[in-house]
Design a protein around this ligand. Sequence first.
Ligand code: SAM
Length: 169
Amino acid sequence: MPDAYPPILDACCGGRMMYFDKHDPRILGQDIRAVPRHKIASNGSFFEVRPDVIGDFRKMTFPDESFSLVVFDPPHLKCGETSFMYYKYGTLYTDTWEADLRSGFAECFRVLKPCGTLIFKWCDSFQPLSRILELTPYKPILSHTAPSRSKARKTYFVVFVKEASNAQG
Ligand SMILES: C[S@@+](CC[C@H](N)C(=O)[O-])C[C@H]1O[C@@H](n2cnc3c(N)ncnc32)[C@H](O)[C@@H]1O
């Protein structure tokens, strides 16, 4: 691992579909898997998961307080490992999803610098946002609901700010 990191960590970057620039050098993309680039038959677009670092958001290898901004967009559904949803977004696991997300939050805050920002994305088709926010003791500052055609589910972007360190008062 290098001594210095880019300012932004994406803890589970997937296909980086939400970025304006998928190759922005300020972002270090981590994911637990890689998916080779290939064409999606249904719409002809290309998809790949090419993380800079293969790693697990439940137990990251980065030192404490390494990043100014952490992005956390974990899987939000349970789905079969041969499904299209799994291929694009991964899955939550029945027996461990709560512990996995709790560890993910704890790790994201551990690697954030004091006063750093965490952006958490969640779609509430499986569990409501309120239930997921119980998995971290940190209190969010604000959230924004992304436009959706579905009335049954909503996608949220939630912003947290880590406290100042004790040394800084
Ligand atoms: C919702 S997708 C991320 C989509 C991404 N934000 C984008 O813009 O395309 C969730 C990603 O989390 C990854 N993932 C699942 N479990 C993980 C873990 N324990 N550690 C790291 N990545 C994980 C999946 O492989 C998947 O690529």
